[in-house]
Design a protein around this ligand. Structure first.
Ligand code: NAP
Length: 310
């Protein structure tokens, strides 16, 4: 029987692991399919306190994992939770086919990339359609070629700026005429001569499924209604995220968008089950807020266990 199982290895999960490990609870952390979480798909993180020069997202996560392991956290790398039963105590999980029991559970399952859901997007995924410029931007297929980034938030701006290192031109397609991104990021993006914004427009189709690679996108201008073709070698979709909460549907309260609804602090309606990070936060969604939520969930799990033993 485990004291604490943590689902997820992003900022929230790893911070919860550091805290519960330092409380001598030997937490078991299940990393999920993307060890290190979404921050490993970003380049330089400039706003995590303590790193005035910025820090590579993957390096930050590796350091957090080292810190958690140093204090005794057990990390199951690449493992995923297949099912969870919260109906009784202990809590039951199946992880890669193995049944586990735990007294407390910290859900820090994070979020996944949203899709456009337009024709050609799914068929051409990994053939020019991607959700991570840091992962794929340097591929030969994009070098000295025009590429399209969709979105108007910090992610889209970050991806567009990063892609200017490789692409001949980066078209930033946004459905409105102002960026949602933070001012510093928006200013940097609009000042970059290799980034060409295309305002008030959406991608309606990715071409060319017949050739098996991206050759262009069809655009629709939402103000004029005009359709147009934009040749490109890559489509980078950066339109936000959805919470990874599907496994808990029917067992824990979720809002309309699927985010966990917490009852008090990090606690849920089920005793011993706590939630932290982007899967419960549709508002801030920052590395540092996720880390803070992971800390809160760990302290609550620790207090819950102490009360059980009292
Ligand atoms: P976001 O802020 O939610 O922005 C998503 C963007 O995609 C918005 O501009 C939205 O348009 C657009 N969009 C959404 N659905 C769309 C659709 N179906 N078709 C076309 N466009 C669509 O997401 P994000 O940029 O991933 O950022 C998430 C959070 O992470 C934010 O809090 C952000 O500040 C943070 N972040 C920070 C950094 C950093 O500081 N280095 C980097 C990346 C992300 P509308 O504007 O019209 O809604």
């Amino acid at each position: 029987m485990e004291n604490v199982v943590i689902i997820g290895s992003g900022c929230a999960g790893l911070t919860a692991a550091i805290y519960t490990a330092r409380a001598n609870l030997s937490p078991l952390l299940i990393t999920g399919a993307t060890p290190g979480g979404l921050l490993t798909t970003t380049s330089i993180v400039e706003n995590f306190p303590g790193f005035p020069e910025g820090i590579d997202g993957t390096e930050l996560m590796m350091r957090m994992q080292q810190q958690a392991e140093k204090f005794g956290a057990q990390v199951r790398y690449g493992s995923s939770v297949e099912s969870v039963d919260l109906s009784g105590n202990p809590i039951k999980l199946v992880v890669d086919g193995e049944a586990l029991e735990t007294k407390t559970l910290i859900i820090a399952s994070g979020a996944g990339h949203k899709h456009l859901d337009v024709p050609g997007e799914h068929e051409l995924e990994k053939k020019g359609v991607t959700y991570c410029a840091t992962c794929d931007g340097a591929l030969p297929m994009f070098r000295n070629q025009p590429v399209v980034v969709v979105g108007g938030g910090d992610s889209a701006c970050e991806e567009a700026n990063y892609l200017t290192r490789f692409a001949s031109v980066v078209y930033l397609v946004h459905r409105r005429d102002t960026l949602r991104a933070s001012k510093i990021m928006a200013d940097r993006t609009l000042a970059n001569p290799k980034i060409k914004p295309i305002w008030d427009s959406v991608v309606t189709e990715v071409q060319d499924v017949r050739t098996g690679k991206v050759t262009g996108v069809k655009l629709n201008n939402l103000k004029t209604g005009a359709d147009s073709d934009l040749p490109c070698a890559g489509l980078f979709v950066a339109i936000g995220h959805f919470p990874n909460s599907q496994l808990f549907k029917g067992q824990l309260a979720l809002d309309e968008a699927g985010y966990f609804v917490l009852s008090k602090g990090a606690a849920t309606s089920v005793p011993g089950v706590f939630v932290a990070g982007d899967c419960a936060d549709s508002v801030y969604r920052q590395a540092i807020t996720a880390a803070g939520m992971g800390c809160a969930a760990a302290i609550e799990a620790e207090r819950y266990l102490a009360a059980l033993e009292a």
